[in-house]
Design a protein around this ligand. Structure first.
Ligand SMILES: [Zn+2]
Length: 456
């Protein structure tokens, strides 16, 4: 079976679930505490073995590691959860005045003769459903991001002062200075737009934020592995408060108000930041977060690669594809090339390490090639077709891969075991069983049920 042929890839995707039903035994969700439970995602995916790093050529060493891509996916899930928490918060509906609008309608029964209404009988008043509520409460996220942007700006300036005082100029941020998640979100969005970020930095005469690498390892350490929550360490929270005079947890501060935790001045300060500066660059950045950034976060979370049984295989393929894509870019400077979603993940992970990305881009293509996250409109589809054509001409292989769990895991196991001369049914069965197991764990996680689960 040629897994690189687009015909066989489409056929594989179309039939993989059908065959999966035939091969996989039913999965029981009855707990069995003695059974070894799978760790999803596997902890090893977040670390880069030194041997693997040493074996890479100089060009590949500049690429983002699989671990950084995995932590990136992990962080995107928390960005999405933060947005959901803000949008669904009833307390913030009160604060931002997005409560349902109460409206009462009165209905009648009309008694008529022909076209003439003779009398009306009044029925009881009905509380009308506010059909605008669901959309209006999304405005809270816009306001929250406004606030986060101002906090980011304050944080950048306060660190710049600190760096000037201590004379630091490393590309790594001091671990205790890693900020809370709302500030991380704005910083993340900033680094996804290197030119806009540089313009903002020059405008503020603060360059460090366009030079420092995103602190992936420290971000991963902020994830509580037992309950999978994202927590700002106490030391970081204290440092953030000390240098910015702002509350570390913006969401909690806004929800609880001055009585339950925040001091009056802290609350007043937070509220004051609800109206950020409205410069052209600030507006462009906020606009980018509300539209393209959120959409991209949702797209990446939708794929759920981080909980796939083939996560390492998928990210390795993405990393290889990214390098091939840049080589293609160098030899086809006039063709409008566009990345697949997995290559896009690696590209944007790379942009979050500005100095490494700049060096790689200039070495590969001779200039800084910034990726812009754009909606998948007809122009995007056309660019994808052009890229596919150029890719096949250069590498003799299909550009697009099906990135679903079934196809990725089947290809992973097939590549590993094809040389064993085993019957094809063996590796199909092994793959489908793993996928079913991971799906069962994911269903359990989403329904807030407790592991363990057992497999028959
Ligand atoms: Zn598929």
């Amino acid at each position: 079976m040629d897994f690189h042929d687009p015909g066989s890839i489409n056929a594989l995707h179309a039939t993989s679930r059908k065959h999966g039903q035939e091969y996989v035994a039913p999965i029981s969700l009855v707990g069995n505490e003695n059974e070894q439970q799978p760790q999803i995602p596997p902890p090893a995916i977040f670390q880069t073995p030194e041997t693997a790093q040493a074996a890479e050529d100089e060009h590949n060493k500049m690429l983002p590691s699989i671990a950084h891509c995995a932590i990136h996916l992990e962080l995107l899930e928390y960005f999405q959860l933060l947005r959901e928490a803000v949008i669904k918060s009833n307390q913030l509906d009160v604060l931002f005045d997005t409560l349902p609008r109460k409206k009462t309608t009165v209905s009648y029964i009309s008694h008529s003769s022909g076209r003439r209404v003779l009398s009306r009988t009044l029925l009881r008043p009905i509380k009308a459903h506010d059909s605008t509520f669901r959309e209006r409460r999304k405005e809270k996220w816009t306001r929250f991001v406004d606030c986060a942007y101002s906090r980011f700006s304050t944080w950048v300036v306060s660190i710049d002062d600190d760096r000037k005082i201590s004379g630091k100029d490393e590309v790594e941020l001091d671990p205790k200075l890693v900020p809370p998640i709302d500030v991380l979100l704005v910083w993340h969005a900033f680094l996804m737009k290197p030119r806009l970020c540089l313009e903002w930095c020059r405008d503020k005469k603060i360059l460090w934020v366009s030079q420092v690498d995103f602190p992936w390892e420290h971000i991963h350490s902020m994830v509580n592995q037992s309950n999978r929550s994202f927590q700002t360490p106490v030391k970081n929270a204290e440092t953030f408060k000390k240098i910015t005079h702002l509350e570390p947890d913006l969401l909690q501060c806004l929800i609880q108000g001055p009585k339950d935790g925040c001091t009056n001045s802290d609350q007043a300060l937070s509220m004051q930041f609800l109206s950020p500066e409205k410069t052209r660059i600030a507006n462009a950045m906020l606009d980018m977060i509300w539209k393209n950034h959120d959409e991209w976060v949702d797209l990446m979370c939708h794929f759920l690669w981080i909980r796939s049984p083939a996560v390492e295989f998928t990210l390795q393929g993405a990393r290889d594809g990214y390098r091939q894509f840049f080589d293609l870019f160098a030899s086809n400077p006039t063709v409008g090339l566009t990345p697949t979603p997995d290559i896009e993940l690696v590209w944007l992970t790379h942009q979050l390490s500005p100095s490494s990305f700049s060096m790689f881009s200039k070495t590969s293509v001779g200039r800084l090639v910034e990726h812009n996250v754009v909606p998948h409109d007809p122009d995007h589809i056309q660019a994808l077709v052009s890229t596919e054509r150029a890719f096949r001409a250069r590498y003799g292989a299909a550009y697009r891969r099906c990135l679903c769990w079934d196809c990725q895991n089947l290809q992973r196991i097939a590549r590993r075991t094809l040389s064993d001369n085993r019957d094809i049914h063996h590796f199909v069965q092994e793959s489908m069983r793993e996928v079913a197991q991971h799906r069962a764990v994911e269903r359990t996680r989403r329904s807030h049920r407790n592991l363990p689960i057992s497999y028959q």
